[in-house]
Design a protein around this ligand. Structure first.
Ligand SMILES: Cc1cc2nc3c(=O)[nH]c(=O)nc-3n(C[C@H](O)[C@H](O)[C@H](O)COP(=O)(O)O)c2cc1C
Length: 331
């Protein structure tokens, strides 16, 4: 199932990807994913194009890649008046395998910048930014979108934007089948993948509420026409998910995995940011355990990296009952 996908000569095997997740898919988490393997490509979290001009890209935990990390898409947030040539020139110094534009984020602070979902809605600006990016970047270029705004006429608007994306030379599209206004409240509308793929010649990567192989086998018709799949939140709860799907031998020692990521984050971030990143990861990871809320609470309140380590040690010292599949509701 989705064993490979080639985008502008870039071979991705398997065509199963870890989604960009702000404050989660940093260098430390991607290193953990790399340890497990089985994921066809990683995505950075959304990076502000303008901020990239000032960052030390080789050192920053947002842009740095581990030598063993095979395929890395850099996801950008671009604004209509951004100096796209300069941004891409600078990004090229870290050797991205591909560039992805975020056209999906609906956060008010981002919309006020005319970026992401706001850029998706503003067709002339969207075309300008896509074309400028295509001119500056000769490699694989993808976009990540939702269904757009749910207001009347949404199908026609969506198709109009697909045309603009195709005509601007984009190579593939990741589609999260929710409207902007849905946020995460409604389920992702997987039944719309068949319709969406019929509207474009570009490969579509399916995203939204894909929990693992079971989601695909439950409704195979929904995913028949897509070229690949992308998983976000469940890959945080289960970083071994891609390796297990790949039928690689995987050892899952929950305590060791938590400790390893704690160590990776502590190595990559200053302590005050490391604490926040570990807290966020633990919210997802704790969903594996029947009594995960005790782990989550202990970590949210821990004042230091050492305290976190000790508290996780106390939790894992007792054998923990596991859910067959973590519930991600509310995350
Ligand atoms: C905490 C969090 C951070 C996210 N950050 C990003 C981001 O930086 N860029 C992006 O395109 N999508 C982002 N998303 C959306 C995810 O990439 C994905 O589209 C969404 O979670 C649906 O997939 P899932 O159901 O497999 O999690 C984020 C989602 C969450 C929950």
């Amino acid at each position: 199932m989705f064993s490979s996908l080639t985008i502008r000569g870039l071979s991705l095997k398997p065509a199963r990807f870890c989604a960009p997740l702000a404050e989660i898919t940093h260098s430390a988490f991607r290193r953990l994913l790399t340890d497990f393997g089985g994921c066809g490509a990683h995505f950075t979290e959304m990076l502000s194009g303008r901020k990239l001009l000032k960052e030390d890209l080789q050192r920053s935990p947002y842009s740095r890649r581990a030598p063993a990390e095979k395929r890395l898409f850099y996801q950008l947030m671009l604004r209509p008046d951004d100096p796209v040539d300069q941004i891409i020139d600078r990004l090229a110094t870290v050797g991205p395998d591909a560039i992805d534009l975020n056209l999906a984020c609906y956060a008010p602070v981002i919309r006020r910048l005319d970026a992401c979902s706001q850029l998706f809605e503003n067709l002339p600006s969207l075309i300008r930014v896509l074309r400028a990016t295509r001119r500056a970047w000769p490699g694989p270029l993808t976009v990540k979108i939702r269904l757009g705004s749910a207001a009347a006429g949404n199908e026609a608007r969506f198709v109009e934007r697909l045309r603009a994306i195709e005509d601007s030379g984009v190579d593939a599209i990741t589609l999260h089948t929710r409207f902007f206004e849905d946020k995460f409240k409604r389920r992702s509308r997987h039944e719309l993948f068949a319709w969406a793929t019929a509207q474009t010649r570009l490969p579509i990567i399916a995203n939204g509420d894909i929990l693992g192989e079971g989601t695909l086998t439950e409704h195979p018709a929904h995913f028949q026409s897509v070229a690949g799949i992308m998983i976000g939140r469940m890959a945080v709860a289960r970083p071994w998910l891609f390796a297990a799907w790949n039928q690689q031998p995987v050892t899952i020692d929950h305590a060791e995995i938590w400790r390893r990521l704690h160590g990776y984050i502590a190595a990559d971030f200053p302590e005050n940011i490391a604490l926040r990143r570990i807290r966020l990861f633990t919210k997802y990871y704790a969903r594996n355990f029947h009594f995960g809320h005790t782990l989550d609470m202990a970590i949210q309140n821990a004042p230091s990296l050492e305290a976190m380590h000790a508290r996780a040690g106390d939790f894992f010292a007792t054998p923990q009952a596991l859910f067959r599949e973590p519930c991600l509701q509310g995350l």
